[in-house]
Ligand binder design. Structure first.
Ligand SMILES: [Zn+2]
Length: 469
């Protein structure tokens, strides 16, 4: 019982209490985002935050899930203004923690408002590049919120809304509570769920249902610089439908209520892939769906980010399952979080028909050749590239072979290829890594939740498939 209790407690704590708070009307932050200036790459937000009188510290999200590092774009937080009962409130940034703001709430006031302008020219979901263009935007709510210092993000309730430029349509995993013209209000959710549910919008928008009969519903929400960029082929639609089906076979469970592949097609904004429980935020070149070369290079992106819903979001290294966005993340198991996802994502790219088996082998050969020529492997263990993600992520290509980069992706691929091969050899091809995935990432389908793991948990689960020291 001793061993079981802590993990059960963790399971419940990490589930979304926001639904309960919403039902009971417990204190809710209202976050109203005005994105009508998105074409100028600036988002405006007005937050109404319950507060008790006295000293009060609000923080801006710093460690961003999926980025695995302190990428919260604090330098772009401008126009900050606090008010209580309509009167301006003095504020002071903490002298050490750049992400913390101190105010004093006057007597008799039970909520304050904070307004801010987030410049988005250099933060596309934590990657370099802009988050918006004249035709589209990618809103990550961590860019436009403040929350009480010390609060658990699961315990903070947020009712969010957004106003979009005229004629723009949007896609997000959030559920719409009310829409009036260009303004949409969403069901109140926990801050965890809000930050985990980005929104894309644009003047050129298309939603493609994938296997609509499938329960839960899976769709691709696309925005592009032009209607032509949204011209996804029937062959691709079939391949993404296969991808949904293949994950059902591989994991034998789904830990989400519905799933949105958010896909931005533009050369004006930053490119990235960021995983979430019920969606993924993908940004690629404008012609990716209509240019065969680009299509080949990016074919593995959506499968990779989709796999993260199981490996990264549902099953997560304990060191990356932090209670809020101020607690440092520990990256040492990223060769599982990202390495295994890279391996499975590429395999699913081939299984779904987005790549041919030969193209898959070519991609693997390229990875192996790249690792063969990475001189830094002589001094830097792979695990250290995982531990030091926060210092390696934005490094340029100069001396990369000696410094190493985020090799837990590519060399992670090779490690999991060896694990898969070893299981097949040990069991005379009666078992494979798929059996590990069903056992480790499967279980009961249902609401998004986080089940953490340690190195020992991974080893134990692998030994249950095929004992090997
Ligand atoms: Zn990833």
């Amino acid at each position: 019982m001793g061993k079981l209790l802590p993990s059960l407690l963790l399971l419940f704590v990490l589930c979304d209490p926001g639904l309960f708070a919403a039902a009971t009307g417990a204190s809710v932050i209202h976050a109203d985002v005005d994105a009508t200036d998105a074409p100028r790459n600036i988002f405006h937000a007005r937050l109404t935050i319950p507060a008790d009188q006295g000293a009060f510290t609000l923080v801006y999200p710093k460690w961003i899930p999926g980025n695995h590092r302190p990428s919260g774009p604090i330098a772009n937080l401008t126009g900050l203004r606090f008010e209580a009962a309509g009167k301006p409130l003095a504020w002071q940034r903490d002298p050490v923690d750049m992400y913390a703001f101190h105010i004093n709430v006057p007597v008799g006031v039970n909520e304050i408002t904070a307004s801010l302008d987030e410049i988005t020219t250099s933060d596309s979901a934590g990657a370099t590049g802009a988050a918006a263009s004249t035709q589209l935007l990618d809103l990550n709510w961590n860019q436009v919120v403040l929350y009480p210092q010390g609060a658990r993000s699961n315990a903070v309730q947020v009712a969010a809304s957004v106003t979009l430029p005229q004629g723009w349509k949007f896609g997000t995993a959030l559920r719409v509570a009310h829409q009036d013209g260009q303004r949409a209000e969403f069901d109140a959710v926990s801050l965890t769920t809000l930050v985990d549910s980005p929104l894309i919008a644009g003047s050129h928008f298309r939603q493609v249902p994938l296997a609509p009969a499938n329960d839960p519903k899976h769709v691709i929400d696309m925005v592009g610089e032009s209607d032509a960029s949204l011209a996804i082929s029937q062959q691709d639609i079939t391949a993404y439908q296969n991808l949904v089906a293949e994950t059902g076979v591989l994991f034998d469970a789904r830990h989400y209520r519905h799933y949105d592949f958010l896909l931005t097609l533009s050369d004006q904004v930053g490119h990235h892939g960021v995983e979430h429980h019920e969606s993924s935020d993908n940004s690629v070149g404008e012609r990716t769906l209509i240019n065969p070369g680009l299509h080949l290079l990016e074919a593995g992106l959506l499968p990779h980010e989709f796999v993260h819903s199981w490996n990264g979001k549902y099953r997560r290294p304990a060191g990356l399952a932090t209670p809020n966005y101020q607690e440092p993340m520990i990256g040492e198991l990223l060769w599982v979080y990202e390495g295994l996802t890279d391996y499975l994502g590429n395999i699913l790219t081939a299984r779904s028909g987005l790549w041919s088996p030969e193209q898959y082998r070519e991609a693997l050969a390229l990875t192996a050749a790249a690792m063969d020529h990475t001189a830094g492997r002589a001094w830097r263990p792979l695990e250290d590239t995982a531990r030091s993600v926060q210092i390696l992520r934005l490094m340029g290509p100069e001396w990369e072979s000696w410094r190493r980069s985020l090799d837990y992706y590519s060399e992670g691929d090779l490690i999991w290829l060896e694990v898969d091969t070893r299981i097949r050899q040990l069991t005379h091809n009666t078992r494979s890594l798929d059996d590990f995935c069903r056992a480790f990432h499967g279980g009961q389908s249902g609401l998004p939740q986080v089940v953490t793991y340690t190195f020992d948990d991974v080893v134990k689960a692998l030994n249950a498939v095929a004992p090997f020291d």
